[in-house]
Design a protein around this ligand. Structure first.
Ligand code: GLU
Length: 447
């Protein structure tokens, strides 16, 4: 069988075995696209049924999460933890609390996480979890009760050497606090290394909160350098206004770029003078308000409820909201407006046809598994500090993050060139991420 037919047969098996999970199929197809050339170089991977094993999570846990709201009504949500691959280290990946969460979404995120974590060069396997709980409009007490109920089941499946969850959409410092509090109570042990994204006064790492966004900005700076330029004076659009977006904006500004637009699920804001970050942080991190409130304070800014943030002309686009937010139509507009670099701050925000358009137009495009790996990389640094009962300074941790992103960028570019696709970050990230996991799986035998 040709390598192309081998890959196609495995993909068909993925479709059959995981019916009704389109996001997972999409994530698998994106990686498979890069693997034909790997099998041509390394046929031994096919003999070991490595790709088939990689596609099947080691364990999938689905559980009921009952909780009581402030008025005394009982709610039931569904909780998930997919422990995808532990060849390189304990399962590592975030928890997402959002009404769209289902098994297919968790599997797509977990699958991506394997390669992302591998690319960081740090000893972490891949996993992901979450619940279809919507924190929007819920009081702190409701979120706390939900987190406690969620952890009451999850605690038996995780541990510093087993599985180390963290945040993702809808799970930030507040939720990690409630989750850790309940874990500590149930296990009667202060096992700091069981969760990352903790507060810095109780075992968390400096820079973890900023890390995904900062990392994406460092990655963009490296991409621009490869193109012979820099962020200085560049116009940037960052979609979203959550944890990734806020700190991507902060670092882009520090590196000399100007972010002129950001968004939330209600619409987008354009501020021609550059997004006022202090105001954005207050709106989103403190007051938890809609993005339109930005224009109440900044009169020069405009809010658009219907429409696409990608209509805003820019040199650099950093989609940092959610999966499949940037489609082919948006890509065409960006290309027309002469975008030079697109880097995914979110996980799989760009649809496959949009990715193809960027490639065909010669736009440098970096997938999330490379560009947004700074968050999980800093989680691994948090685990390192917890294991040695140490805590590092902001400056030192930020330097480590910058060096890790630099390493990911170099590995991605070198691998793309080595496998005959110079400048193609998608192939470079997929192949470099895959090979490290595959070699470990071969070494560990059929387990
Ligand atoms: N949720 C983040 C991601 O998509 C971070 C996960 C972590 O820190 O474990 O990579």
């Amino acid at each position: 069988m040709s390598t192309r037919d081998q890959i196609e047969a495995i993909y068909q098996q993925v479709l059959t075995r995981n019916a009704g999970e389109p996001e997972f199929h999409q994530a698998a197809a994106e990686v498979f696209e890069s693997l034909q050339v790997v099998l041509e170089h390394r046929p031994e991977y096919a003999d070991a049924a490595l790709i088939e094993r990689l596609c099947e999570p080691e364990r999938q846990i689905i559980f009921r999460v009952p909780w009581v709201d402030d008025s005394g009504s009982v709610h039931v949500n569904r909780g998930f933890r997919v422990q995808y691959n532990s060849a390189l280290g304990p399962y590592k990946g975030g928890l997402r609390f959002h009404p769209s969460v289902n098994l297919g979404i968790v599997k797509f995120l977990g699958f991506e996480q394997i390669f992302k974590n591998s690319l960081t060069g740090l000893p972490i396997g891949g996993g992901k979890g979450g619940a279809d709980f919507d924190p929007k409009g819920r009081s702190d007490a409701e979120v706390m009760r939900f987190c406690q109920s969620f952890m009451t089941e999850l605690h038996r499946h995780i541990g510093e050497y087993t599985d180390v969850p963290a945040g993702d959409i809808g799970v930030g410092g507040r939720e990690i606090g409630y989750l850790f509090g309940q874990y500590k109570r149930l296990t009667n042990s202060y096992e700091s290394g069981v969760l990352t994204g903790k507060g810095t006064s109780w075992g968390g790492s400096q820079v973890r909160r900023e890390a995904t966004g900062y990392g994406a900005a460092y990655f963009v700076a490296d991409m621009l350098e490869t193109l012979g330029t820099s962020l200085d004076g560049k116009t940037v659009v960052v979609s979203g206004s959550g944890n990734v977006a806020i700190y991507a904006i902060e670092k882009v500004h520090q590196l000399g770029g100007k972010v002129v637009a950001c968004s939330d699920s209600s619409g987008y804001v354009v501020d021609p003078n550059g997004i006022n970050l202090e105001l954005l942080k207050d709106l989103k991190e403190v007051r938890r308000e809609r993005i339109s409130a930005y224009c109440d304070t900044v009169k020069a800014a405009t809010f658009t409820a219907d429409g696409s943030i990608w209509d805003v002309a820019c040199d650099v686009a950093i989609p940092s909201a959610t999966q499949n937010e940037l489609d082919a139509d948006a890509a065409k507009v960006l290309i027309n407006n002469q975008v030079r670099v697109v880097a995914e701050g979110a996980n799989m925000p760009t649809t496959p046809d949009a990715v193809q358009l960027f490639r065909d137009a010669g736009v440098a495009f970096a997938p999330g598994k490379a560009a947004n790996a700074g968050g999980v990389a800093t989680s691994a640094l948090e685990m390192q500090q917890n294991a040695s009962r140490d805590s590092w300074s902001f400056h030192y941790t930020d330097e480590r993050l910058a060096a890790i992103m630099n390493g990911i960028h170099a590995r991605t570019i070198e691998t793309a060139a080595e496998y005959g696709k110079p400048g193609d970050y998608v192939h470079g990230a997929n192949i470099a991420g895959f090979i490290k996991v595959a070699d470990a799986m071969v070494a560990l035998g059929v387990v």
